[in-house]
Design a protein around this ligand. Structure first.
Ligand code: CTP
Length: 467
């Protein structure tokens, strides 16, 4: 399912409580919901949990010094405050609650909360007597009643002091729920990712950032390989697809943080680890598998992205034999019937259209991003027509007759066509690199879709230019 915080930018403020270590898991949970997270720490929090851990998990520099500027001269906490859809402070210490209640902006967490118009969620954690003290309670009341912050009350349980009582950081799932509730259906505050603090810099960090997270919280379904249409129990009609391109897309999506389901036809390359594999060796089985994954318009789509890299047979034997056909001198005549165009069908279903293209049901909200492939020989002239006919957002066309492109090669030269009419011819690249380029466009399409969903129009804007 789509993460509840997909497309959102969340500031995670961590202050110096023993419970600070739990913020690592809270960060993971926020990211699993699809949030882009900027970690903010007070100096004492950095003594409980290493900023490096949080930087690696968030793919962003941790902002822990209120007087430090970003490498480009901008002020980190102001940038985070402006762009954040929510700020969550967990754990919040007694000291921090006091500073916040009185607007003492000596650390980035307080400074960000003061500077933001986004909802703020605060989860205190401390010794039970400290929490019960009238000073703490008065500060909590100011945050809640005067500032409108959502307070996620601490729970009772064993405390670090050895005591038993209230003061333990609330359940992390409850804190995530509070962030989701606080944002509600507010529009994304700064839909342009360029308005957010920069991601980690440097070659290795850039790789980490690119591979690490921009599909976190997304469910990506990839089909790969050819289909095998049975003639009899041992023979089939197949094609030369090996599954290399689809597997490369599945691996790249996985490495960029997506949950990946690989619908595998006849694949001769090794299948990737850590992706869910669904076997579907015929066009009919592939169609069923995809409809099973699709979800319902009311319940939302079961996936965010479909990359249809499989070479689906257009025809299948009309009546496959139950038993192996014996050899005869007379030869064999096969009658073939057309397979459904799976991608075109999904393109219609997600828009609530019938076969004639007329409105027939509820469109999916949000609508999954659809990517098709077009294997051509000689010219890509038919690709634009395929894109329109199958109602896909992106069509990756390649000339399979060209040297270094097509079936079983480690490389591919493709042209990516976008629904708005833009076209980009890529050079000959390793298939993994082609996969990354496709996913760059998929991420942009998802961001545009989510921003549009927050700001109004029903139908995601069509991409008019390929970045
Ligand atoms: N596809 C599909 N179902 C089919 C045939 C193709 O979903 N029965 C998908 C492929 O996975 C691919 C895209 O449609 O993403 C284009 O496939 P291609 O074979 O190039 O296009 P066709 O529509 O079959 O057109 P033609 O055979 O006329 O070239």
């Amino acid at each position: 399912m789509v993460g509840r915080l997909a497309g959102r930018f969340v500031g995670l403020g961590i202050t110096g409580s023993i419970a600070a270590f739990k913020a690592v898991d809270l960060l993971r949970l926020l990211r699993a919901e699809g949030a882009d997270v900027q970690v903010l720490m007070t100096p004492s929090a950095t003594r409980f949990v290493a900023p490096l851990t949080l930087a690696a998990l968030s793919r962003r520099h941790v902002d822990a010094e209120v007087l430090d500027l970003l490498p480009d001269g901008r002020i980190g906490h102001v940038l985070t405050a402006d762009a954040a859809d929510a700020v969550v402070v967990a754990p919040a210490t007694a000291h921090w609650l006091g500073a916040m209640a009185h607007g003492l902006a000596a650390d980035v967490v307080t400074a960000t909360c003061l500077a933001t118009a986004a909802p703020v969620v605060v989860a205190p954690a401390m010794d039970g007597d400290m929490y019960a003290h009238p000073a703490t309670q008065a500060n909590v009341a100011i945050l809640r009643d005067r500032f409108g912050y959502a307070i996620v009350e601490p729970e009772s349980g064993a405390l670090a002091s050895g005591q038993l009582g209230p003061g333990r950081l609330a359940d992390l799932g409850t804190i995530v729920d509070a962030v989701v509730a606080a944002i509600g259906d507010r529009p994304v505050r700064r839909p342009d990712p360029a308005d957010r603090p920069p991601r980690l810099a440097g070659a290795a960090a850039a790789r980490l950032a690119r591979d690490g997270d921009d599909l976190a919280g997304r469910h990506v379904v990839v089909t790969a390989g050819g289909t095998a249409e049975p003639i009899d129990p041992v023979r089939f009609i197949g094609n030369r697809s090996t599954g290399t391109m689809g597997v490369a897309v599945a691996e790249a999506a996985r490495d960029r943080g997506a949950r990946v389901t690989l619908v595998a036809g006849m694949v001769t390359v090794p299948l990737p680890d850590e992706v869910e594999v669904v076997r579907a060796e015929t066009a009919t089985a592939m169609r069923e598998a995809l409809h099973g994954l699709l979800g319902t318009p009311g319940g939302g789509p079961g996936f965010d992205v479909l990359v249809m890299a499989a070479a689906v047979a257009d025809f299948r034997p009309a009546a496959p034999a139950d038993r192996k056909l014996p050899r005869t001198e007379a030869g064999l005549r096969l009658e073939l019937v057309a397979n459904p165009d799976i991608l075109a069908e999904i393109g219609r279903v997600v828009r609530g259209l019938d076969e004639a293209g007329a409105a027939a049901g509820r469109p999916f909200r949000p609508r999954p991003v659809l990517v098709g492939f077009a294997a051509e020989t000689g010219s890509l002239a038919r690709a634009a027509d395929k894109l329109a006919r199958k109602r896909v957002d992106l069509l990756v066309a390649n000339d399979v007759a060209e040297e270094g492109s097509g079936f079983g090669t480690p490389t591919n030269r493709v042209t990516i066509l976008a629904a708005g009419g833009a076209e980009e011819a890529l050079p000959l690249l390793a298939k993994r690199e082609v996969a990354e380029r496709i996913l760059d466009r998929v991420v942009a399409a998802l961001d545009a879709r989510d921003a549009a969903a927050q700001t109004g129009p029903d139908e995601p804007p069509q991409e008019t230019s390929v970045p």
